[in-house]
Design a protein around this ligand. Structure first.
Ligand SMILES: [Zn+2]
Length: 409
């Protein structure tokens, strides 16, 4: 009898070994941890897509390889296990004069409306979140928590009172500038001025501190970053940037900047944009096609929604004809490793930039987010570490910003 018992146990053990190949074991563990974690993405440019296609339905599942599908909808967010995300009010930098400010303010208000409308018409799937408490509450109800971030402080113009207006509409972070210099600070990709954070910019930073809006240092120049770090009373975020030590691009942060950011309790949200993860291989045919596309459409900040839609289609055609060499999940997680080795696990998160250029091999759209967790498991990150990366770190910073505002009202 005893020998039968032993052989049954032995057979079950062998069967278990066969079924638990490392790959399968990792996949199952990743799925479990990903489900448990409160996952937050700090940068989705989905409103750009909604703007160019007013009929796009966020409640339907789309195949991202098909034209016009974008990278995000609520069912794909659910499949990718993404609980919360910042939808972005992006405005391109235009003229810095009263007409320009008037125009961009109207545009920003339209985008706030667009986000509010799209979330409220899908109230069974998603809800707007205005605080860390809202994120916990909405995630618990199994809906997607949608927050709002503004990419470019240009719509503030020279009117400080607008910071409060945007806060009231839901903005919980503002990227101080975009690809060009503005009245707040200089951009990392515009060398025309070298002023760093302006006097007006200092006021904007203080007002954001006072109200409880996170300061986003992605896109801003190195000089602007050092100025902001000195002025801000609360930790700051980089909502979608990578490490310059691994990929030399002005949009990425140097080790020195990451160290200072972490010293002040801030966070770098690593992004899924290929050219910030890995310097692309030379592709002259693609480059010349891109130049032609740029000539054909001109300044994209001046394009109508219809023209923006045409540009999106032309760009996806170009990508099919001259595919871009894509970064992999492994390349992306190398950036996580780098930050962790440099400053520790507490100062890193994820901001994909889907619908604004984000998407790599293995995490092409929001439905594939779990693959990042899988790679983290393979590299030996613990459950606790993974939960910090996916949301707890960001919640810590956001909560500090909220508390500072509460104490200074
Ligand atoms: Zn951006």
């Amino acid at each position: 009898m005893k020998s039968i018992k032993i052989s049954v146990a032995l057979v079950s053990f062998i069967l278990l070994l066969i079924s638990c190949t490392p790959e399968r074991y990792f996949t199952e563990e990743a799925h479990q941890i990903h489900l448990e974690a409160l996952t937050i993405d700090t940068h989705l440019d989905t409103p750009i897509h909604l703007n160019s296609d007013p009929f796009f339905d966020l409640s339907k599942y789309h195949d991202s390889r098909k034209k016009g599908s974008g990278k995000v909808d609520f069912p794909r967010m659910k499949k990718g296990g993404l609980d919360a995300a910042f939808f972005i009010v992006w405005t391109a930098q235009g003229e810095r004069n009263p007409q320009g400010y008037q125009k961009v303010k109207a545009k920003a208000l339209d985008i706030f409306d667009l986000i509010h409308n799209n979330v409220s018409k899908n109230s069974n799937l998603a809800e707007l979140a205005y605080s860390t408490n809202d994120i916990y509450k909405i995630a618990k109800s199994k809906k997607r928590a949608i927050l709002i971030g503004m990419e470019n402080g240009y719509p503030i113009g020279k009117d400080l009172s607008l910071v409060k207006k945007f806060y009231d509409l839901g903005a919980r972070y503002i990227t101080l500038c975009h690809t060009k210099d503005n009245d707040i600070c200089d951009s990392s990709t515009d060398e025309s001025e070298d002023k760093g954070l302006t006097e007006f910019g200092e006021k904007v930073v203080r007002e954001m501190n006072r109200l409880g809006i996170m300061i986003d240092v992605s896109h801003i120049s190195d000089k602007s970053f050092y100025d902001v770090i000195k002025i801000s009373k609360t930790p700051v975020i980089a909502s979608h940037s990578c490490c310059r030590a691994l990929c030399n691009h002005p949009r990425n942060m140097t080790d020195d900047m990451i160290k200072l950011l972490a010293q002040k309790g801030g966070i770098i949200q690593l992004t899924l944009v290929n050219e910030y993860i890995k310097t692309p291989k030379q592709n002259p045919q693609r480059d010349s096609a891109l130049v032609k596309l740029k000539k054909r459409f001109g300044d994209y900040s001046k394009l109508s929604p219809k023209k923006l839609g045409e540009l999106e289609n032309a760009f996806s055609e170009l990508n099919k004809k001259f595919p871009q060499s894509m970064a992999t999940v492994e390349d992306f997680v190398n950036h996580i490793d780098h930050v962790v080795k440099l400053v520790g696990i507490e100062y890193v998160g994820i901001g994909s930039d889907f619908d604004g250029g984000g998407g790599i091999d293995g995490v092409y759209d929001v439905s594939e987010m779990e693959n990042i967790t899988l790679e983290l498991i393979k590299r030996g990150y613990s459950d606790e570490d993974i939960k910090k990366i996916w949301g707890e770190n960001l919640l810590r910073v956001f909560n500090e910003v909220e508390n500072y505002a509460k104490a200074h009202k």
